[in-house]
Design a protein around this ligand. Structure first.
Ligand code: UDX
Length: 434
């Protein structure tokens, strides 16, 4: 089928590339000319495993352009995959989505199906449909479909090609048939429902996962107080298939482009309708506190961070991505600097993005060893493999005082017991072995 995709961020690019891989003819639209040139050369503007291989392999069916008019005018299906960033009040900023809707209306010369992949508040698909219909230049019919994505950064290609489910929100059977055709080569359950339910499935899924993380983080905090071990607790809980064993890793809170934004947006939407979504509010509050958990732990060892040499391992919100959105480091590192600490930081892919935000003040290192050398305390914010595989003796050998605060539970406690370090992680016994 002839497909156009609006936006080449995580959602748009991965959608376009995967659609081309499934045999469709795809044109992706972005406003940034340089980015378009890069993508036409087979290079991905985002760090995402597997994406470039697919781009190169499908180049004959995949094009990138800044000219939305050419891309949309005769497309059978147009995906909208532009961003819906958070506004100051927590609601979603829909201006990019609406802008694309108007551009589509003014460009299309044939009837088509517009598929909204961007995460949008419940009811937005109806508004998009009205907006397109009221701005149409030609006498054509447009069907709007809600088709939320469930991809996670770092596994976006796999999550898209081997989706757990495809959710299709439609108001008419014709649109459902077109979407069945688009996804005919996918072997996963299709959930066909109305548009509002599809929009809600996306928010409810993300908010439930965020809630699960905040719940396990609170249990971890309590484990520390009463002397239980969160990992054993999570294993014991996870065998119950009603609970499941995924997303029970305690840590310093969730970050990224979805959970923080989508929890706040749903809470805002509920309040707008005079309903208080108490569980989601709790997930948000717990997460805000959890992000500063390691700073609170550091108070056990030092009254203040002033004058300390600090090693930071990991800057991104999770491994496998260079994305810093809502990463715990964005609140922790400014706090450290404000208190007068000297911060050395390492990350395998996130340094360039972090440097754009903090060009001065942080000493960026190329290796973990250089980062640890002669420091008073180490903060682990991201569970990169290089960190997890590190022999713990490097902490005792390189640091001035080997105090390791681990926000991602990277090491087995037994390993820490065998090393001369203080190892303080989340929801587990503190190992004092100095
Ligand atoms: C998430 C959803 O997984 C995806 O389905 C949705 O479409 C977009 O949002 P993403 O933000 O890329 O994807 O990452 P994810 O792997 O879900 O992790 C989000 C955050 O939760 C990370 O900061 C991660 O460290 C944290 N997390 C995850 C935990 O703290 N504990 C866990 O058990 C799992």
């Amino acid at each position: 089928m002839k497909i156009a995709v609006a936006g080449t961020g995580y959602v748009g690019l991965v959608t376009g590339v995967c659609m081309a891989d499934r045999g469709h003819f795809v044109t992706c639209v972005d406003i940034n000319e340089q980015k378009v040139a890069t993508m036409n050369a087979g290079k991905s503007p985002i760090f995402e495993p597997g994406i470039e291989e697919l781009m190169v392999r499908n180049m004959d069916r995949l094009h990138f352009t800044t000219e939305y008019n050419t891309a949309y005018k005769d497309a059978e299906v147009i995906f909208i995959g532009v961003g819906t960033p958070e506004k100051k009040d927590g609601s979603a900023n829909l201006s990019y989505v609406y802008e694309v809707a108007v551009q589509i209306a003014q460009s299309i010369e044939r009837s088509c199906v517009v598929v909204v992949k961007s995460t949008v508040p419940i009811g937005t698909n109806d508004k998009i449909e009205q907006l397109i219909r009221s701005n149409l230049k030609n006498d054509v019919t447009v069907h709007v479909v809600s088709n939320p994505e469930f991809l996670a950064q770092g596994s976006a290609v796999k999550d898209t090609l081997h989706a757990s489910r495809i959710v299709i929100g439609v108001e008419d059977s014709y649109a459902a048939e077109v979407l069945r055709e688009v996804y005919k080569s996918y072997e996963c359950p299709l959930v066909i429902t109305n548009r509002k339910s599809a929009e809600m499935i996306k928010y409810a899924s993300n908010d439930f996962l965020a809630l699960k993380i905040s719940f396990i983080n609170e249990i971890a905090n309590l484990c520390e107080v009463i002397g239980a071990n969160i990992e054993d607790v999570a294993i014991g809980m996870g065998y119950d298939s009603r609970i499941g064993n995924k997303f029970l890793n305690a840590g310093i809170g969730y970050g990224g482009s979805c959970f923080p934004k989508d929890t706040k947006a749903l809470h805002w939407l509920a309040s707008f309708h005079d309903y208080e979504l108490k569980t989601v509010k709790a997930a948000i509050d717990v997460n805000e506190n959890q992000k500063l958990k390691l700073i609170k732990k550091s108070r056990k060892y030092f009254d203040s961070l002033k004058g300390l040499d600090i090693a930071v391992l990991g800057l991104t919100f999770k491994p496998g991505t260079d994305d810093l959105r809502e990463a715990p480091t964005l609140v922790n590192i400014p706090f450290m600097l404000e208190e007068g600490a000297n911060v050395k930081a390492w990350d395998p892919v996130g340094v360039d993005n972090f440097k754009k935000l903090y060009p001065v003040g942080v000493n960026y290192c190329d290796s973990i060893f250089e980062t640890l050398r002669d420091t008073d305390i180490c903060f682990i914010f991201t569970e990169w493999d290089d960190v997890k595989k590190l022999n713990l003796t490097y902490y005792s050998d390189l640091m001035r005082t080997p105090i390791v605060l681990d926000g991602r539970n990277c090491y087995e406690l037994q390993k820490a017991r065998e090393t001369r370090i203080i190892y303080d992680s989340i929801g587990r016994e503190v190992i004092y072995n100095m």
